[in-house]
Design a protein around this ligand. Structure first.
Ligand code: 5GP
Length: 193
């Protein structure tokens, strides 16, 4: 077993974490994405069990009380998001390394509580974040405003993570993320042997 139990990809909403993770998984098949649980509305094109496990607030709370989450947060507009321990167990059983996509508070929690976790902060130029978040048009104006304000605050937390990858150009950022993760996996393999 690798001593890197999880790779955490974090950063502000709108920085392109999802796109970069999809590309990373395509390049490194030994990685697998953990499907989080959330109480937010499903966006068009999203599927239960693929992007998220979409839960009611009652179901989320029941599972929280039952200790089923490794970490969980309440994000904008009182939406809850959490990493299910069962996802980590499933990925470990598959013999793969788990990739978590988390906002910054959850990422810091995992960094503190999971030994060996590697954290990568995806940053983006502020103008680009504003443009993407405003354009996405899947959230209400109030939610967009909340996400923008939070994104600006989250950008200031970059220094708290192991690596920072600037998503100024998708191809370049994907190459850099791949390099960072490959190096961490190689390092873990030398510690194991
Ligand atoms: P979105 O609603 O845009 O899919 O996600 C909002 C934010 O929640 C994103 O920054 C995403 O990375 C984060 N997120 C998704 N799943 C989890 C989770 O399980 N835990 C935490 N802490 N954040 C999550």
């Amino acid at each position: 077993m690798s001593s890197v139990p999880v790779i955490v990809i974090t950063g502000p909403s709108g920085a392109g974490k999802g796109t970069l993770i999809a590309e990373l998984l395509r390049r490194l098949p030994q990685l697998e994405h953990s499907v989080s649980a959330t109480t937010r509305e499903r966006r068009p094109g999203e599927e239960n069990g693929r992007e998220y496990w979409f839960l009611t607030s009652e179901e989320f709370e029941r599972r929280f009380q039952a200790g089923e989450f490794l970490e969980q947060v309440t994000y904008v507009s009182q939406r809850r998001y959490g990493t299910l321990r069962s996802e980590l167990e499933r990925i470990a059983r598959n013999g793969r390394v788990c990739v978590l996509e988390l906002e910054t508070e959850g990422a810091l929690n995992v960094k503190r509580t999971v030994p060996g976790a590697v954290t990568v902060f995806i940053s983006a130029p502020v103008e680009e974040l504003d443009r993407l978040l405003t354009q996405r048009a899947t959230e209400t104006q109030t939610e967009i405003g909340e996400r923008l304000e939070l994104a600006h605050r989250q950008l200031e937390q970059a220094g708290e993570f192991d690596h920072v990858v600037e998503n100024d150009d998708l191809e370049r950022a994907a190459d850099e993320l791949e390099r960072v993760v490959r190096r961490e996996l190689a390092l873990a393999a030398t510690i194991d042997s």
